[in-house]
Design a protein around this ligand. Structure first.
Ligand SMILES: [Zn+2]
Length: 114
């Protein structure tokens, strides 16, 4: 249930940004979430509706952009995306892999009205 803490930090950043920009309203928030971050869109949305209530961001729409988990095999250099549960290299079966993408979580953009 770490989405509550995550959602609170999003709200903090958004309200801070809105205050600096003299916004009267936050209309849209674009979030980038990697598939490996284990953050669930619906949970963020759920908490958002509770904690953003009575703030400038109350009516903001959350736009989720998912980033697929991407790995590179350190044995044969194959780059691949997570397919189901298997994280081993699909070419050589190695488990010596590095994560190239999918762990990210950040606010890409915020739309406001002034
Ligand atoms: Zn490989």
């Amino acid at each position: 249930m770490h989405e509550l803490a995550v959602t609170q930090s999003i709200l903090g950043v958004v309200l801070d940004h809105a205050a600096k920009a003299n916004a009267t309203k936050v209309t849209k928030i674009y979030l980038v979430i990697g598939d490996l971050s284990s953050i669930v869109d619906e949970s963020v949305q759920f908490y958002w509706e509770i904690i953003a209530k009575d703030t400038l961001a109350e009516q903001a729409e959350l736009v989720f952009q998912r980033v697929a988990a991407t790995f590179r095999c350190l044995e044969c250099q194959t780059v691949y995306q997570l397919d189901g549960q298997a994280v081993f290299c699909p070419s050589c079966g190695s488990s010596r892999i590095e994560v190239l993408g999918g762990e990210e979580f950040y606010i890409e953009a915020i739309d406001i009205e002034t």
